[in-house]
Design a protein around this ligand. Sequence first.
Ligand SMILES: Nc1ncnc2c1ncn2[C@@H]1O[C@H](COP(=O)(O)OP(=O)(O)OP(=O)(O)O)[C@@H](O)[C@H]1O
Ligand SMILES: [Mg+2]
Length: 319
Amino acid sequence: MASSSLLPPNPLSPKTLTPTKALTLKTTRRRGRTLTRSSIQWNRKPEVAGKIPRVVVITSGKGGVGKTTTAANLSLSLARLGLRVAAIDADAGLRNLDLLLGLESRVNLTALDALSGHCRLDQALVPDRRFPSLLHLLCISKSRSSPKLPLNSKTLLWVVDALKPSKDFIVIDCPAGIDAGFITAIAPADEAVLVTTPDITALRDADRVVGLLECDGIKDIKMMVNRVRTDMIRGEDMMSVLDVQEMLGLPLLGVVPEDAEVIRSTNRGQPLVLNRPPTPAGLAFEQAAWRLVEGDTMTAVMVEEEEKPKRKGWFSFLG
Ligand SMILES: Nc1ncnc2c1ncn2[C@@H]1O[C@H](COP(=O)(O)OP(=O)(O)OP(=O)(O)O)[C@@H](O)[C@H]1O
Ligand SMILES: [Mg+2]
């Protein structure tokens, strides 16, 4: 376990954003309603669990559930905690991570340019505007049709191995589906964050992906439940987080509510975690980043809203 003192100081991180204890955020369902309660103490740096550099793939199976949003917000949160991060957009041709990080105009060279000898790998790394020494974006290619060199598991492994000495975290944004792009993106990863929305199609695909990750030797898989709507859970039109957790059987890294600010921040190229005051989704991503660093998880708990009246006599005896 790496000590927090190994982390470079982060002058940009306000002291008020540093918890003193592992975050505890519980999701509580009361009669079909999901509530979140958190006790966050903010005056210490997180301790990195496990061996650094850590290579984390953000995956889902189903498209459009929030992988890139999660990759952008986790990467930025990690950098703000003083960790050196490389965010790799492994979606060749349909890249979006540059847009979400507001770096689209700076992507001139890609990993494929480095692999084909046109530049060095460090020249293809795009420094973030806010944390230039801590966060770098690496795009695999600019268009799906152009690459002369095929990108495969072997070449991505080479790229990740080359980045490892200078990074604490390597976050890989995986393409949707389970075809060649997915196989390539998961190859260098030691751990995975599985993003899902609480709907049956996303859950079926997520379940399939868990099997494939395990086959690939990735045993450390955590789940992010995105776009949760308490009003729909209350109306029993959406599965609760607990239901999702029971279906997938994975440890819970975070629960992100549906939040219009996500779309606004996507369009501005300003990840949500930078918003002050924080929005509910921004806070959820920030807390998830803390848990990721510390190897922590959260729990989803069911609690009845009203205590049932105590039964007397035989009924109480029979339960
Ligand atoms: N919590 C949220 N609240 C509201 N909108 C969200 C939330 N999370 C993601 N979105 C929106 O959902 C859309 C898809 O998100 P994103 O691009 O991150 O998904 P993805 O899984 O990476 O998609 P793809 O599979 O195509 O790569 C975006 O328009 C994004 O703004
Ligand atoms: Mg994406």
